[in-house]
Design a protein around this ligand. Structure first.
Ligand SMILES: CC(C)(COP(=O)(O)OP(=O)(O)OC[C@H]1O[C@@H](n2cnc3c(N)ncnc32)[C@H](O)[C@@H]1OP(=O)(O)O)[C@@H](O)C(=O)NCCC(=O)NCCS
Ligand SMILES: [Fe+2]
Ligand SMILES: [Fe+2]
Length: 485
């Protein structure tokens, strides 16, 4: 095992276990905003040739939404690289120039074929990254979270580009393979250039020497030989006929439970989420659009919503974030727990904090839980904490002016908590009271008290098993899991 030189105060520089593995993903990130822009334009241009009302049109629209979200996330990621002293701005600008050149040199069918090839290659790398013990460290760091989200979406949606190519963009077999080789060479060259540039920066700034750099590359070659061989086989797979290559359509990131559509939230959902938020919280309590956008940007896979498929109305929303034991211990108020980016510097954790749950439909909440559990198992989350109001407290206090608050919080009726909201969460599996805190959040019926509750994600102790199980199998267990709560 090699030693990694990490300057004090910079815990995230070599976030992916070794410098080389971190460089590799950072190198991809630099080419993503403009690369994805190329893919988006190629897909949108080609989709215009689809007949009106073709189901593939809706798939392309969803694909484009996902790519735009990736772009936004990677722009922030790259800005962070620039702040760390890497040459990110210049390298990104070079990529943008190269992409413009390609767009001018190719016609729309060729652009689509190149986009499909890039998508195929991205999915190939993504599968490798998601594999347990693979190229990507699976922990609670921001980079790991972002990459797991992005890679899962790439694996799920690359087929849209292949299907569009099959439907409207037929180029000859030779041209399709030619453009595929071109895409592979572009990726290889750019990733190698960026990796080299990162190394030069770290060497110049005395963070990494030649020996450690070479060791880090050798370590990757030795450990991931089998993965590289698998990639080589997958790479050759593009030679198959297009009909065999394009996987069938499936909406992997959405689930329809009892006719309710659940999905990961995106910025364009905010206006509808605000309507829901103001139905359930007063002005002092409701989250602002900025707060919602910040939660989504920081933890895109931990913000989800249930929507009415007919009207698009938001029925329920759930915002979560990773939280460390230390942050939880330190936090006095809801705002301390919910603070985005408050985990910095501490140990990665397997625990989540429920920032907020809002609902006007019990079925919406059920649908969100059913959507979330298989994904939580796959991601390896173990426990969820949340801060609940105790809305019966003010009324109880009038009858019991001198008794300690705890005697109400812990009071039960037929085994279940007396307070209606604690009972609500108790029925949903949040059975452990971790703390009862005064001045937790503004909530008059609760006299501003909050109760921190903990629930274990069912079956999460078998985490290593779930990580290797395909998501569709876990999704098959959705209802079962929801019932186990
Ligand atoms: C808590 C909440 C998410 C539950 O939504 P839901 O799943 O759609 O369920 P309902 O609102 O129909 O409530 C279900 C049950 O829980 C009880 N309950 C939940 N929250 C309650 C509260 N604040 N006051 C009184 N009862 C409450 C209800 O009495 C109801 O019981 P019933 O079925 O016997 O009538 C929703 O009421 C809400 O958004 N509340 C405001 C925001 C909030 O407090 N969020 C949680 C803190 S992060
Ligand atoms: Fe993407
Ligand atoms: Fe993609």
């Amino acid at each position: 095992m090699q030693t990694v030189v990490v300057a004090p105060g910079e815990p995230e520089r070599f976030w992916n276990r070794t410098p080389f593995r971190s460089y590799l993903f950072n190198a991809f990130s630099l080419l993503l905003p403009s690369g994805e822009q190329f893919v988006i334009r190629a897909m949108e241009g080609a989709a215009a040739h689809l007949p009106e009302g073709a189901p593939l049109k809706a798939e392309v629209a969803q694909f484009v939404r996902e790519e735009r979200a990736h772009q936004r996330a990677h722009r922030l990621y790259n800005a962070q690289l620039a702040r760390q002293g890497y040459n990110a701005v210049a390298l990104e600008a070079r990529m943008e120039g190269a992409v413009q050149g390609l767009e001018q040199a190719l016609d729309w069918r060729e652009r689509l074929a190149l986009a499909a090839a890039l998508e195929y290659l991205t999915a190939l790398v993504s599968r490798q990254a998601l594999r347990g013990g693979g190229w990507l460290v699976h922990d609670a760091s921001r980079q790991s979270n972002l990459w797991r989200w992005h890679c899962e979406e790439e694996v799920a949606h690359h087929g849209v580009a292949l299907r569009l190519l099959r439907e409207v963009g037929q180029v000859s077999y030779g041209r399709r393979l030619g453009l595929y080789v071109l895409a592979s060479l572009i990726l290889l060259r750019d990733v190698a250039c960026h990796t080299w540039d990162f190394f030069r920066t770290d060497r110049a700034q005395g963070r990494l020497g030649w020996l450690a750099g070479v060791r880090s590359v050798a370590d990757f070659g030795l450990r991931h030989g089998a993965g590289l061989a698998r990639m080589a086989v997958g790479w050759l797979g593009y030679g198959l006929p297009l009909g065999r290559l394009a996987p069938p359509a499936h909406a992997d990131l959405r689930a329809d439970v009892a006719g309710i559509q659940v999905r990961l939230l995106q910025a364009q959902d905010i206006p509808r989420l605000l309507v829901l938020e103001h139905k359930k919280w007063n002005d002092g309590q409701a989250a602002s659009a900025e707060a919602m956008a910040q939660r989504m940007a920081a933890h895109p896979r931990l913000c989800m919503g249930a929507f009415c498929p007919d009207t698009g109305e938001a029925l329920a929303s759930l915002f979560l974030k990773p939280i460390s034991e230390e942050q939880l211990q330190r936090a006095r108020t809801w705002a301390d727990c919910a603070e985005i980016g408050g985990q910095g510097g501490s140990q990665p954790s397997r625990d989540l904090f429920g920032i907020s749950l809002s609902s006007i439909s019990p079925q919406g909440v059920e649908a969100i839980f059913a959507f979330f559990f298989p994904r939580a198992l796959k991601a390896g989350w173990r426990q969820v904490y949340l801060g609940s109001p105790v809305p019966g407290l003010a009324r109880w206090r009038q009858m019991e002016p001198h008794a300690p608050v705890e005697s109400y919080v812990y009071a039960t009726h037929r085994g279940a908590p007396l307070d209606p909201q604690l009972r609500y969460y108790w029925k949903k599996g949040f059975k452990t009271i971790v703390a009862c805190r005064a001045d937790y959040f503004p909530h008059p019926e609760s006299l501003d008290y909050g109760v921190v509750l903990r629930g274990r994600i069912p079956l999460s102790s078998l985490a290593p098993l779930w990580r290797h199980m395909p998501l569709p199998w876990l999704r098959g267990m959705e209802r079962c899991l929801a019932r186990m709560l």
